[in-house]
Design a protein around this ligand. Structure first.
Ligand code: G3P
Ligand code: CA
Length: 277
């Protein structure tokens, strides 16, 4: 059996807010995560990158150009540099084309978010909210990202074998990089790993994952092309967390296939469709 076998019987599908409730609020902002919690998300997904001065921040792209009014690589900027940028107003243009002058003036919608602040939000929530942290690679700080991540998770008590009532640990680490998951696991064996896959390679087609990794993270396109993958991963002892599932037909497919978690930009609508909210 895999070292991190997390299959322990049927449970309701977990709804994971991808970059927060990122359809409604700018991705990776405190506002997006607060909205996700309000909307009933079971878990929050975030991407992390390390700044030049060693802070883990929640930013998807390697550069800040798309999601802020600044330019440059996250890994070359310091947290103080990122703190001067507006990470929210780009979405005004996306959402409100009829009100191009509209600006967000709420710092929760515009400030860079540190992983530390997100961990505080989760710790302060009035119900259990899980966190799925994705390490982004390649990065010039490979190795240091994982080191800093484990250190920070340790400060919040997440490197011990804390479990919820359903025996699921509250924090997991996701990555497309098996090496990154291995580094985290070597330093913090209790933290579950999710192996993200954009394509189903021959090596993983039978449901097996890299050694020690417990959860499969296929993209929805994999399930459209290979619906049998879910049963294979389950038979190999793995939960299946699928990203990024925003269309109703894909939610239906996930439900029919019995996936364990749906990662979505619209947790409220998905919960409603699943009859959970
Ligand atoms: O949850 C996994 C998913 O987020 C991976 O893709 O590009 O959105 O980080 P991406
Ligand atoms: Ca991600």
């Amino acid at each position: 059996r895999p070292a991190q076998d997390t299959r322990s019987g049927p449970r309701p599908i977990s709804v994971v807010a991808h970059r927060g409730a990122s359809e409604d609020a700018p991705e990776h902002t405190l506002a997006a995560y607060k909205k996700a919690i309000e909307d009933g998300a079971d878990a929050l997904e975030c991407d992390v990158r390390l700044t030049a001065d060693g802070h883990l921040v929640c930013v998807h792209d390697w550069r800040v150009n798309r999601t802020s009014n600044g330019r440059g690589a996250v890994s070359a900027l310091e947290l103080a540099d990122l703190a001067t940028l507006d990470f929210g107003s780009w979405k005004v243009g996306v959402d409100d084309r009829e009100a191009p002058d509209l600006q967000y003036d709420d710092p929760e919608r515009t400030s860079v978010l540190t992983l530390e602040r997100l961990l505080e939000l989760v710790a302060d929530a009035d119900r259990r909210v899980e966190l799925a942290v994705e390490t982004k690679h390649p990065t010039r700080w490979a190795g240091q990202v994982e080191e800093r991540l484990v250190e920070l998770l340790g400060r919040f008590g997440h490197t011990k074998s804390a479990m919820g009532a359903d025996r699921t640990p509250p924090v997991r680490v996701m990555s497309f990089s098996a090496r990154s998951l291995h580094r985290v696991r070597a330093a913090a064996p209790h933290i579950p790993g999710v192996f993200l896959m954009q394509f189903l390679t021959p090596r993983h087609r039978d449901g097996r994952l890299p050694p020690g990794v417990g959860i499969a993270g296929p993209g929805i396109r994999i399930l459209r092309a290979h619906p049998e993958y879910v049963a294979k991963a389950h038979a190999a002892g793995h939960h299946v967390h699928v990203w990024t599932v925003n269309d109703a037909a894909d939610v239906e497919l996930c439900r029919d296939l019995g996936v364990d978690a749906i990662i979505t930009n619209r947790p409220k609508q998905v919960r409603k469709q699943l009859g959970l909210g």
